[in-house]
Design a protein around this ligand. Structure first.
Ligand SMILES: Cc1cc2nc3c(=O)[nH]c(=O)nc-3n(C[C@H](O)[C@H](O)[C@H](O)COP(=O)(O)OP(=O)(O)OC[C@H]3O[C@@H](n4cnc5c(N)ncnc54)[C@H](O)[C@@H]3O)c2cc1C
Length: 468
């Protein structure tokens, strides 16, 4: 790795507007008061209550009643757990602020995905065991009539199970990668409908809720809580962002495939946010309102504007960078926990690749001089080094430096630039530093592996997980 002092200056003073007043930094994102132990307790109580409801209503004793009893017990338990997993998954997707500030949106989305997959498997077992318990002497016609409407609320449950199945299959990586993000997303929303349609049969079938008012109210209360969180925390924030939009103040091309976009507006006076975070941007235009994509702040957020560095990757990013000045944009967020708080007054290093430079560039503005940051910047070619001059200037202000690693992987002098030995050679005190990683998943994996082997503790390695 080498510093690249000879690189041509690219883009200094980007996105800054000449004004007579000094812009004020936004107040930092509020820290969460939740602790890991709180979350473990809440989860433990949730599982205990659901399981307890099943046991109290004779769930366990059914296992002594032969094949039909076992099938009935499995049907009830998997049905309860499927709904419980779905409810929790929806709660995470609602992005409750207290959890987002504690765990980060990426982790909430990944847990949402895992819970969705778990729910789909449980629904599959629930349906299979239910059919087994139900069909007596092979009366398949009667079973079909029951689940398609003869038994109250079962038609909804059947449609719900089919929708959840379709969403699960289209979420498999091999299928999802062939769909546009938006097509997958809108299809994915039908799982909410599927979940709602199946609610009625959870109350009326079996003995868990139909005969026990307390259990029934607990169950209804859980659903109402999740629905209220979705309405307020998810759709409410979307509405506020749409009703109080920011406007495009400036767009500048800074490289062959990256533009900076600065958004400004009165709402910034009340917003909170920190370098290292990202926002969802939704252009409020006839052709753009249905697109909502995440982009990281590439400068510290101030009352004068939020700056993003957006790479031309596809329809949504091209669309945003071609908007006219003055266009309204709904801004949701900022989200993310990888802020300067993770540095804890220690020395810092960044491993950055591609457009991952955006949050790193913003974070450099917020670090104290004691951070002495070292930025390892990986790019395919020199023309892909974005914000290079700004990085060098900001790193120098905090006693830091920028090391670049440029070229296709096959042409690099070292086989693995993120191996422990390469990292130690480039940064002799690597093991004492807090590491912040921003970039594509392959780079994160390689860097994580090398850093751990170089002696950096896992809790000192920070990054956002890819959720798509
Ligand atoms: C936390 C986070 C921060 C990001 N910060 C930046 C940034 O600062 N600058 C930048 O240029 N890019 C950033 N990205 C990537 C950016 O969101 C995608 O490149 C953009 O959404 C691509 O959309 P598209 O329609 O232009 O391209 P498409 O061709 O539609 O998508 C290209 C790829 O982008 C991803 N993607 C598309 N839509 C979404 C979405 N709504 N949510 C999540 N991923 C999606 C998918 O992996 C997809 O395969 C960030 C992504 C995340 C998750």
């Amino acid at each position: 790795m080498s510093t690249s002092p000879t690189l041509a200056p690219m883009n200094t003073q980007l996105g800054t507007r000449r004004t007579t007043h000094q812009p004020r930094r936004l107040l930092p994102a509020r820290p969460s008061r939740a602790l890991d132990t709180d979350l473990v307790w809440a989860l433990g109580i949730y599982i205990a209550v659901i399981t307890g409801i099943w046991i109290i209503h004779g769930g366990l004793s059914q296992f002594g009643d032969g094949t039909i009893g076992i099938a009935t017990g499995v049907t009830q338990l998997t049905g309860l757990y499927a709904s419980a997993a779905g409810l929790l998954g929806l709660f995470f997707a609602a992005r409750p602020r207290i959890l987002e500030r504690h765990c980060g949106l990426d982790r909430l989305f990944n847990w949402h995905r895992v819970l969705g997959e778990t729910m789909a498997v449980l629904v599959g077992v629930h349906v299979a065991a239910g059919i087994m318990a139900w069909q007596v002497d092979g009366q398949w016609g009667a079973v079909l009539a029951d689940v398609t409407g003869r038994v109250p609320y079962f038609a909804g449950a059947t449609v719900g199970a089919v929708l959840i199945g379709v969403v699960t299959v289209t979420s498999l990586k091999s299928i999802r990668n062939r769909l546009a993000y938006e097509a997958w997303y809108f299809l994915h929303l039908t799982a909410y409908l599927g979940f709602a349609l199946s609610f009625g049969h959870t109350i009326t079938s079996g003995t868990d809720f139909s005969d026990d008012a307390i259990a029934r109210w607990i169950w209804i209360g859980l659903h109402v809580t999740v629905a209220a969180t979705l309405v307020w925390s998810r759709w409410g924030h979307t509405m506020v962002a749409a009703l109080r939009p920011l406007r495009v103040a400036e767009i500048q091309r800074v490289s062959h495939d990256v533009c900076t976009v600065r958004l400004a507006g009165g709402r910034l006076q009340q917003m909170r946010g920190s370098a290292g975070q990202f926002c969802f941007l939704r252009p409020l235009t006839a052709a753009g309102w249905w697109r909502c994509n995440p982009f990281s702040l590439s400068a510290s957020p101030t009352t004068e504007g939020l700056r993003f560095s957006i790479k031309d990757r596809g329809d949504a990013s091209n669309y945003i960078t071609s908007l006219k000045v003055g266009t309204k944009i709904a801004v949701e967020g900022p989200y993310g926990v990888c802020t300067s708080d993770v540095a804890l007054d220690r020395k810092v290093m960044f491993v950055v690749g591609g457009i991952g430079i955006a949050p790193a560039r913003a974070l450099l503005e917020d670090l104290p001089a004691s951070a002495a940051p070292v930025v390892l910047y990986r790019a395919r070619s020199r023309k892909d080094l974005i914000h290079y001059d700004e990085l060098v200037e900001l790193a120098a202000r905090t006693n830091g430096r920028v090391l670049t690693l440029v070229g296709p992987s096959a042409s690099l002098a070292v086989k693995d630039p993120f191996s422990a030995s390469s990292l130690r050679r480039a940064i002799p005190d690597v093991a004492e530093r807090v590491a912040i990683l921003c970039g594509p998943e392959r780079l994160l994996q390689a860097a994580r592996h090398g850093l751990k082997r170089a002696g950096v503790h896992t809790s000192d390695i920070h990054y956002e997980h890819a959720w798509w």
